[in-house]
Each structure stands twice: as structure tokens, then as C-alpha cells.
Design a protein around this ligand. Structure first.
Ligand code: GCW
Length: 628
């Protein structure tokens, strides 16, 4: 058994940087020891550097790389009276152990433990374009393009501190240019930053690249020249980056090219790429987010199962299907996607959206962990090979636009490691690491974070309403939204179906029968109006305005009560935040900037919540049968 032991000698000279806190240090320690970096390379060297720079304890720390001691990236921390020992079987494992030790140090609670990641694949997906714009990004321009930000090492470090081990570095609406020699050289530079932190690089690819880049007349996945082109391209990528992870693909969705352009199936397309990647150990993550073209008239939320279920069993072993948590599109509340029930022979990955496209876009304080935990209460993590989160970072000083949006990045990473952690425990941890350990601050702010997602649902789209956002930017309300020249699936009126009789989308067996895609007991539960959970009622049923709800109130009044509650909650969050000011400043007198920036956004959120309530209630009130 090979053992490598190392004892750290920590010179504890503290450098305390006194400067206004702009939030750029995220949840990571701010006080450094003055040390030179080590010569050890790779994630293990990074682990050493981290400990020498940030570990402040009196006891020596020993790192042991011990083959076969633990599985994969797992690690063990043993604290004795004389030393702290970190053991892992991979150098990534040691790095995660080092970050865990530093986190425990910051939290003031260093103890022995053994940790095993729940998923092998813990990925961040960037929707960054090569021109520097970020699709659905609300925190400034891309940190990756057109020129690499000088914060790249910090970025890799922040992800590694959470156990993230892969990053897809470009938008799924992918430019073919990404695979050009010129751009692949830039990818190599990004990869060199990520490698040191044990993070693999993955690329989104444009399915028509053999035409756009290779000058071929077709991108048909069964064409020998096309297959040859991909093989050569993949070989070239691995010559540049032996550690490369693989491809993410959005095909035949929202105008992207795909195998369907040649009457071939998703399996034909995915398998062609999988064959090229297989000799190098690479994978294909093929997205199930498809709707439109092939499904004239079919309820949008049914289309992924319709399209992929018949192909289950036809994919090569290194293909993974990547599916959003809900069947529609990252709404504040959706039922889970039935793809996770229906795809049983192909490995699945879930795609979560860290960036708040539909939940206030880094202008609203909305903590997403409760929503993700809700997903895991329906879909067991054991059903999943991996987890991906759409990034919420940009060039903004604080990375995420809203200081509290950092908590979503943090929570995603923590849940990617251990989906069993509670949303509340993660919130507490993040608040302590990011602001102060003072319980007078942590307790009320944990409560605010925990209530924030339900508040957002209430002031935007309670009781199962969905997708009544303004076109294109998806920020404010537009319940009357309808454009005859747009696909119906983009129009809010298609989703709420309000009329003089009632409101909601009948997806039960008397309607589109989307309920039939669910496993029992959910199929029956959702199908029956009387057993359907009220928080999904209007997702699955068209319900009369005077339908008697569990509260005893008619639906219309219940709807209004939810809107009122959402608004009142945001008012309350703002009050709590105002009370927090002295505590934030007591912990760090240079922290007034962060306090003020959160304050400004909360005021904005209060206005927005009122606008949602007003617009939606006015609109729905206009239907017949509703008391004026
Ligand atoms: O959520 C929608 C977004 C698109 C996005 C698409 C997808 C990257 O509005 O901007 O495109 O989903 O996930 O492919």
C-alpha cells in the first residue's frame, strides 16, 4: 500500500486585510497566513497550499493519500489530541478534506468525520457565450469570455471548496466556433486553472459543427464522414487535454440542430458522440429539454417523456440523460419531471438552475435549497448518476449580483455533495461563513432564507400557476401575454387557461393526461382534484373560481390570500434586515456596503411583489363569475 505523508508547518503570521467588504471572498476565509506556495502539483498541492495559507490551528495537520482506503473522492478527518489527519484515496479527496477542515475552522467546530459524495458527477453548467454575454446571467458579463477574468483561480477554488468536480464552460446554445483550434487553445488555458482544483472541463457542442466548422454537407449522425469528423475532433481535444470530461448537448430544442434534422433519433446522435469519446473515458450528457417541432398540439410538459421513453435502452453506456427538475422550465414551483420515473435503463442526471431566471433574477432574495430539497423528496438521489447546476456568476464584484444569491451557489454545491443535508443547516452554515456566527443574526436570517422561496411562489404564481412571465426576459408578470406569431408554448395564456368558469390547466385524465406519466401514488394523487396537493392544483386541474379549498375559502379568495401573504412576507424580510444592520456592522465595521446593497434589493423586491399581486389579481378578476 502506497502512503504519502506530509506534515504542515504553519507559520502563523496573520495578514488581516482591512477593506470594505464587497462580498468577493464569498464563504471562504478572508484572513491569510503569509506563506510561499508549495511545489507539489495538482489538487494535492492545492490542498497543501490551502492549509498553509488558511489553517490557523495549533495542531499539525497530516495528509495521507492511501490507495483503496476510501472510495472515489471520499475522505476521512481524524482529530486527536496531537494532530489532525486527513486521509483520501484520490488527490481530489484530500483537497475536499482540506476545504472541509477550513470550513470547520471558520465555523468553530473541528471534529472527526468521514464524508462520501452522493454523486460522481457534480457539475456546474455555464450558459456563457463567446462574446462575453451570459444567457440568463444577472451578475454582469462572463468571467470566461472573450478574455479570461483574472479571478479564474478564485473561481475554481470556490467551486472546489464545495466539491464541484466538473464545469461545462459554454452555453448549451453552443457556437460551433468553440471547437475551432483557436478557441480550443483558450479552453486549454481555462482547463489549466480548473485542473489544479480537481475540476474537469466539459464542452457544450453544436450538433451541426461538422458542417459549420468542418465544411461537410451534412451533420447526419449515421454518415461515415460525419462520424470520422467527430472522432478526429475528440482525439484532438484529448491530445490537448488528457483530462477532458466530455460533451453536453442540446439537440433539436429551441431551434438547435440535432439528429432529428436527418430523421435520426436522439440515441443515434448521442451514440455517435459517445463512440468517439469512449476510448478516452469521456461522457455525453444529452439534454431531455425538448418541446415543439415534433409534438404538434401535445401538452408541453409531456413531450420529454414522449420523445425519450421509447429510446430508453438504446443509448451507449457513456451516455447520460440530463433533465431539468420539473417538466416545464425552472418555474418557482413545478412537480418533479416524470422523466425520472420513465427512464429506467439509461443513467439520469438532474439539471437545476442556480441562476434565478424565473425567481427574481439576482434582484430578489430567494433561497433555492428548499425547492431542490422538494425535488429530492420525490426523486431519490440514488436514481441519479450526477447533478448539474446552471451557474449564477459573472464579473460583478460579489460574483452573483445579489449577495444572497451566493447562498444558492453554495447550497447547490453542498447538496451536490450530500443531498441529505437540510436546507436549513446549509443556510445556517452559509450565513455564519459569509457574515457572522452571532446567533442573533444567524437565527432570524435563517428563518428569512427558509421562508423566501415560498414567499416568491406566493407573490408570483401560487397554487400551481406557472409561466405567466413577460416574454423573453422572464422577469415581471404578464398573465394576458399572447402573441399569435409566437409558439403557443411561450404564451402565458396557454398555461393558466383562465376563463369565466375557472383557472388552471387540466392535465388530468379528463384533460391532457400528463398525470399518466407519473408513478404511483403520484399518478392517482395528482389526477384527482380532491387529492391533488393544493400547491400544485392549477398545474394539474382547471378549477372553478368558487371551488371550496381546504381553508374553507373559495379558490378566488384563496388565490388573493396567497398573493397578500407573499407581499407581507417580503415586507417582513425587509424589516428583519433593517434590524440586522447593527449586528452586521458589529461583526465587521467595513461591511456597510454589503448591508446597503441587500437593503436596496429588498426594497426593489417589495415593489416587484406588489406589482405581481396587482397585475395578476386585476387580470384574473376580469373573468366572469368572479366577485368584483
Ligand atoms: O429556461 C430556458 C431559457 C433559455 C435556455 C433554455 C434551455 C439555454 O429561457 O434561455 O437556453 O431554457 O435550458 O435550453
Amino acid at each position: 500500500m502506497k502512503r504519502i505523508g506530509m506534515v504542515l508547518l504553519v507559520a502563523c503570521q496573520l495578514i488581516v486585510a482591512a477593506r470594505a467588504n464587497d462580498g468577493s471572498s464569498l464563504w471562504l476565509p478572508r484572513e491569510k497566513n503569509e506563506v510561499a506556495s508549495t511545489l507539489v502539483r495538482g489538487p494535492q498541492g492545492t490542498a497543501l497550499d490551502e492549509l498553509r495559507t488558511y489553517y490557523k490551528g495549533p495542531m499539525p495537520v497530516r495528509m495521507k493519500l492511501e490507495k483503496n482506503a476510501l472510495q472515489g473522492d471520499a475522505y476521512r478527518i481524524v482529530v486527536t489530541t496531537r494532530q489532525i489527519e486527513l486521509t483520501a484515496s484520490t488527490s481530489n479527496g484530500l483537497l475536499y478534506a482540506a476545504f472541509d477542515l477550513l470550513r470547520m475552522q471558520q465555523l468553530g467546530d473541528i471534529r472527526s468525520k468521514e464524508e462520501h459524495p452522493a454523486f460522481d458527477l457534480r457539475l456546474i453548467n455555464h450558459w456563457d457565450n463567446l462574446d462575453g454575454s451570459v444567457e440568463r446571467g444577472y451578475a454582469g458579463k462572463s468571467i470566461l469570455y472573450p478574455t479570461l477574468s483574472d479571478r479564474m483561480a478564485d473561481y475554481a477554488r470556490a467551486n472546489a471548496s464545495l466539491g464541484i468536480n466538473g464545469i461545462v464552460i459554454n452555453n448549451v446554445n453552443a457556437s460551433p466556433k468553440m471547437l475551432s483550434e483557436e478557441w480550443l487553445e483558450k479552453v486549454c488555458v481555462i482547463n489549466s486553472y480548473l485542473e489544479r482544483y480537481g475540476i474537469r472541463t466539459y464542452l457544450s457542442i453544436n450538433f451541426a459543427s461538422p458542417m459549420a466548422l468542418g465544411g461537410l454537407p451534412t451533420a447526419d449522425p449515421l454518415d461515415p464522414q460525419v462520424r470520422q469528423w467527430w472522432r478526429e475532433k475528440v482525439d484532438a481535444i484529448y491530445r490537448l487535454m488528457p483530462n477532458f470530461g466530455g460533451f453536453l448537448v442540446k439537440a433539436n430544442s429551441e431551434g438547435q440542430p440535432g439528429p432529428g434534422d436527418y430523421q435520426r433519433s436522439h440515441a443515434d446522435g448521442a451514440n455517435m458522440l459517445a463512440e468517439a469519446l469512449q476510448p478516452h473515458g469521456g461522457i455525453v450528457m444529452w439534454r431531455c429539454f425538448v418541446y415543439g417541432a415534433n409534438h404538434k398540439g401535445e401538452d408541453r410538459v409531456k413531450q420529454a417523456v414522449s420523445e425519450f421513453q421509447p429510446l430508453d435502452g438504446q443509448f451507449l453506456p457513456n451516455v447520460i440523460l440530463q433533465t431539468k427538475n420539473g417538466p416545464l422550465d425552472f418555474q418557482p414551483r413545478e412537480p418533479y419531471s416524470p422523466v425520472f420515473d420513465q427512464i429506467t435503463k439509461t443513467p439520469n442526471m438532474v439539471e437545476l438552475q442556480i441562476t434565478q431566471e424565473y425567481l427574481g433574477q439576482s434582484r430578489h432574495l430567494v433561497y433555492l435549497a428548499p425547492m431542490w430539497k422538494e425535488f429530492f423528496s420525490f426523486v431519490s438521489p440514488q436514481r441519479l448518476r450526477g447533478i448539474a447546476g446552471v451557474a449564477n456568476v459573472g464579473l460583478d464584484d460579489n460574483w452573483c449580483g445579489h449577495h444572497f444569491s451566493q447562498a444558492n451557489w453554495y447550497a447547490f454545491g453542498r447538496l451536490a455533495w450530500n443531498p441529505g443535508l437540510s436546507a436549513e443547516a446549509i443556510a445556517r452554515e452559509w450565513l455564519k461563513l459569509t457574515f457572522t456566527r452571532d446567533e442573533a443574526f444567524v437565527n432570524p436570517m435563517t428563518e428569512v432564507m427558509m421562508a423566501s422561496r415560498e414567499a416568491c411562489v406566493d407573490y408570483m404564481m401560487p397554487l400551481g400557476l406557472h409561466h405567466i412571465f413577460q416574454f423573453d426576459h422572464h422577469y415581471g408578470p404578464d398573465p394576458g401575454g399572447f402573441k399569435p406569431d409566437y409558439p403557443l408554448e411561450w404564451c402565458p395564456v396557454y398555461y393558466h387557461q383562465a376563463d369565466s368558469l375557472g383557472v388552471g390547466f387540466n392535465r388530468s385524465s379528463t384533460g391532457t393526461n400528463a398525470t399518466s406519466q407519473y408513478r404511483e401514488p403520484y399518478r392517482s394523487q395528482y389526477d384527482d382534484l380532491s387529492t391533488c396537493p393544493e400547491n400544485l392544483l392549477l398545474w394539474f386541474h382547471h378549477v372553478p373560481w368558487d371551488y371550496k379549498m381546504k381553508s374553507g375559502r373559495p379558490l378566488w379568495e384563496e388565490l388573493c390570500a396567497h398573493y397578500d401573504r407573499g407581499v407581507a412576507e417580503v415586507d417582513r424580510f425587509h424589516e428583519v434586515w433593517q434590524q440586522m444592520r447593527p449586528l452586521v456592522l458589529l461583526a465587521d465595521k467595513d461591511d456597510s456596503r454589503r448591508w446597503q446593497e441587500v437593503e436596496d434589493r429588498l426594497q426593489h423586491q417589495q415593489q416587484n411583489a406588489r406589482e405581481w399581486r396587482q397585475t395578476c389579481i386585476d387580470y384574473f378578476r376580469s373573468f366572469l363569475g368572479v366577485p368584483q
